[in-house]
Design a protein around this ligand. Structure first.
Ligand SMILES: [Zn+2]
Length: 95
């Protein structure tokens, strides 16, 4: 892999760049990342779908939680879907 700051080639086991001293982030090295985040437009689409169909957010959130890169976004999606589920439940029950 290569240092993301100075471009020096490093051993795959390196945790700190030997040239510039910056910490090596495995996710941002030249190796294929484990997964990618949802793009802004994908997030907008997912949140939009979740607002009308909360189960979409629950399913996509749970799938996203298994992906390191999507964890934060998945947590946001889950929070929104749980909130919307409660709102819809309140509406259905006439509260
Ligand atoms: Zn470096």
């Amino acid at each position: 892999m290569f240092c993301r700051y100075c471009g020096k080639e490093l051993k795959d086991t390196a945790t700190v760049c030997t040239a510039c001293g910056k910490p090596v982030d495995a996710l941002s090295s030249g190796a294929a990342p484990k997964g990618s985040r949802w793009s802004f437009s994908e997030m907008v689409g997912l949140i939009g779908a979740t607002l009308f169909i909360p189960p979409v957010g629950i399913v996509m959130g749970l799938l996203g939680l298994r992906n390191e890169a999507k964890k934060v976004q998945a947590a946001i999606l889950l929070t929104i879907s749980v909130f919307m589920s409660l709102v819809m439940l309140a509406v259905v029950l006439g509260l």
